[in-house]
Design a protein around this ligand. Structure first.
Ligand code: ARG
Length: 391
């Protein structure tokens, strides 16, 4: 039998893909797969109900822990950030694609499909993984180039409820690490976002009081909150709650997509902001000046590959090897203050600190300050030579 597996979020685009794959692509059986990477429970339930109703068979795959341990922990170690975006949607796509391929193998299908359009990054991230398999690939939204009105008409003909599409005219993608909001009138960069687009964060101006917390890391990974050991999943969930209440983690940027289009993107990512700020600060305490300078380059290269979904690129593995080596010493605690949209570092400590209060203090005499004079004679020597002034 002619079967296809579709990556399914339960939104309008992927819902419409189900009948399209039957009508326009002549598949006899359409199997939908929703991968749970920490989206809200009600979205998962909605996707499951819709998938079960529209398709011939539906799978919901729980990949939350794998998402945290295999994708978010490396992102934290790499201080993952692309133009200020904490990469939540980007880093989930290769995992979702991988889970879709696993179902494809189990179901002996001939093709896999996704609902991405031809304008965004997600199509490239999905297909970077799909194209390394034996399956045919379909992207109905991109291939059929339907206008929004045609899509809605087609949805109505096939009994797909479109009411939420009118209530919420934005395209939202949510997982444990980040919530992205785009489209509708937000597309215009000169339009200020209305406050009702935000769901994870209180408006910073309305956030109450302030809150202090400590975050403990072991080898670059956050392991406990205020001294209580938590799984990565629990820790991120809890930080999203706490920091979200204080308005932490809103980002509104002009983003350069892989295809070259500039797009206005809005994100909410409270836990990501707190964790990444604390992690980078702890690195500043334990890594050498040379390591930090080089790691900035490696981190930005890593982030570029993660943004593009090129996790199978050999360079990615090579960068990770360097990053993991540096993280062996990134153990310690960081105290953070959350206040009206800001997450700032208040204190940090580590058994591997390279800092020595004794040496830097003006009261200590174990280093003889006079030794620095010789050093200072050589410092800037070439600049003076260039100016033909050598003293
Ligand atoms: N601009 C972000 C990215 O490329 C957000 C993507 C949102 N995806 C979505 N299917 N709504 O990673």
């Amino acid at each position: 039998m002619n079967k296809v597996v579709l990556s399914f979020s339960g939104g309008l685009d992927t819902s419409v893909c189900v009948p399209l794959l039957r009508d326009r692509y002549q598949y006899e059986k359409v199997i939908t797969v929703t991968v749970d990477v920490g989206q809200p429970q009600e979205d998962l339930e909605k996707a499951e109900a819709r998938g079960a109703r529209l398709s011939d068979k539906h799978y919901t795959v729980d990949a939350k822990n794998e998402f945290v341990e295999e994708y978010l922990f490396p992102l934290i170690k790499a201080n993952g950030s692309y133009e200020g975006y904490t990469l939540g949607q980007a880093i989930a796509r290769p995992l979702i694609a991988k889970k879709v391929l696993e179902v494809a193998d189990r179901e002996h299908v001939s093709a896999v499909a996704h609902g991405c359009t031809g304008k965004g990054n997600d199509q490239l991230r999905f297909e970077a993984i799909f194209r390394a398999s034996k399956y045919k690939i379909h992207a109905p939204m991109r291939e059929l180039n339907l206008a929004r009105s045609e899509e809605i008409e087609y949805a109505l003909e096939h009994g797909i409820d479109v009411s939420t599409t009118f209530e919420k005219p934005y395209s939202v993608d949510e997982n444990l690490w980040s919530r992205s909001i785009e489209g509708g009138r937000l597309e215009d960069p000169s339009c200020s976002p209305p406050d009702d687009i935000f769901e994870w964060t209180t408006a910073p101006t309305k956030a109450k009081a302030q809150h202090q917390l400590s975050l403990e890391f072991e080898k670059g990974i956050p392991i406990s909150l205020n001294g209580t050991r938590l799984s990565g999943l629990q820790l991120i969930k809890e930080l999203n709650e706490v920091a979200g209440k204080h308005g932490v983690g809103r980002t509104d940027i002009m983003e350069d997509r892989i295809l070259g289009l500039k797009a206005r993107e809005i994100y909410e990512h409270p836990a990501a902001t707190v964790i990444l700020t604390a992690h980078k600060d702890l690195e500043s305490l334990v890594l050498t000046r040379q390591e930090r300078r080089f790691k900035d380059l490696v981190d930005s290269e890593w982030s570029e590959l993660a943004y593009e979904g090129l996790l199978d690129e050999p360079l990615y593995a090579a960068l990770e090897a360097f990053i993991n080596k540096t993280q062996e010493r990134v153990t310690g605690s960081v105290t953070m203050l959350l206040h009206k949209g800001m997450a700032s570092v208040r204190a940090r400590s580590s058994p591997n600190a390279l800092y020595s209060e004794e040496l830097v203090s003006f009261n200590d005499k174990s280093l003889d300050q006079r030794d620095a004079e010789g050093f200072s004679k050589y410092h800037g020597f070439q600049s003076r030579a260039y100016r033909k002034f050598v003293k």
